[in-house]
Design a binder for this molecule. Sequence first.
Ligand code: ATP
Ligand code: MG
Length: 564
Amino acid sequence: MSETSSKSGTTRPLNFLEQIISQDLEQGKVDKVITRFPPEPNGYLHIGHAKSICLNFGLAEKFGGACNLRFDDTNPSKEELEYVEAIKRDVQWLGYSWADEVRYASSYFDTFYQWALHLINEGKAYVCHLSADEAREYRGWASKPGKESPYRNRTVAENLAEFEKMRAGEYEEGACSLRARIDMASPNMNLRDPMLYRIRKQRHHQTGDKWCIYPTYDFAHGQEDAIEGVTHSICTLEFADHRPLYDWFIANLPVPHKPTQYEFARLELNYTVTSKRKLKLLVDEGHVDGWDDPRMPTISGMRRRGYTPASLRQFCELIGVTKSGSTIDVGQLEYCVRDDLNNNAPRAMCVLSPLKVTLTNLPAGEVQTMTQPVHPNRPELGERQLPLSREIFIDSSDYSEDTSLSRKKFKRLVLGDYVRLRGAYVIRADESVKDAAGNIVELKASLVEGTVGENPQDGIKPRGVIHWVDASNCVDCEVRLYDRLFSDAAPDAGDKDFLQALNPESLTIIEGCKAETSLVNAVPEQSYQFEREGYFCLDGKYSSAARPVFNQTIGLKDNWASKV
Ligand code: ATP
Ligand code: MG
């Protein structure tokens, strides 16, 4: 196998991980591929995690293997059950199923403990009482070899006794740690007697008060893979330097399987922050309305905003998997969302800034019914009925009294001129009605008979097509428009304070909008194309039956390029 085909029917060369896996299968190095997605439950998942999910679950799917969902819950201080539940929801929503039960690193704590004893007994681990500052100093730096800890050469018996005291809670946090005895002179800092266990007198969301010592990421991760029989342990590039340590543990412990770690470039998106810690700060400080704020790059935020699982998967496929990092333009993500919604979203009309139009030649009380397809290219989705009566709303920006406006530039309604109402009649603007201050508060217009689905006679040329809703048969709603959360393309680059880069205009709330009645049936996560306005979906949090709220998922076109 040297290339692969996607659901859209296109083929592309295998990425480097797919090449490795197909070789391993061909050569019989593995007979079933097992991957895993290993989030730490210390926040909600973001778009970067979506890439890792699509990669790990996608590889398992492609090669007939399995992917585990495993919570890397070795640090009780920052972890919560709420995050565990949210992460499960997000993975499922993206369309993936994990093999068997959800796994928890914490359910292997007994084994890790036994393996720590194993290393002590082999003379490969010791309890060290250096303070954090001292330990840092002893470690040296890349170009300066470290110094050996004075506790490094303790006897096995002494180490066993000290480790037991750690486990029994006889030491305070930070008083000591268990370290591997590897090589203080190694050019790889990760091999300079890394920490295996630290004291944390904290309750754990899975194991309760059973432990007051917790394994470090390094001592846990590869061993979790080994216990689960993971064949290809795929992580992001910053762990490349940890691989020798990963391999050291696998080589020095009585593990049941021997996994291999591979690294790929993490997803970096411009105008976006992808760090749970920073996203948590936005939530905790109230800069956004929770983890699922539609402006957040979290899976739950994008979901609430109307992004579809298919569009996120398509995006991950499009950007591919590489070994070198680069920043992806967030416009590519938006493109995938827009493309999916263009093909699938039902159409509807919603007037964001209503101007009342009285159709003077339509008798009061008469209601006509116009029909429009739910989707112009998808007849199987059916039709929608649009009532039309004497009073309708159009958008105030679609009407002007300025008769000098060129037909090319202003394809909307001008006083004395004609425009087509989408799916209905051609109308002519006859007279503006103004308030005392001179503002236009109403327009009197007349419809041209015989123009539903027909071109007008008598040389009448409508300037364009505008959207509308019937004034007596419509839904009052609120619309929320979103712009990028950050106005800086690299909000957290270098030592920048990403909070300074927050875009003060990322949310615009528009009340008093008027939508067509088909939107009574709107449900969260189902986006509609509001004709000429963009894609919108019902907000699950703030909508009520009396007043639905619609989130803008994405605009119809990429407007951003022209803005900056
Ligand atoms: P964060 O910095 O946001 O907390 P993390 O890497 O610490 O991210 P984990 O919960 O440890 O978060 O991540 C679970 C998996 O998701 C890991 O395998 C990690 O490599 C992967 N991952 C996290 N961020 C990205 C990203 N931006 N691109 C690709 N994969 C990512
Ligand atoms: Mg992490």
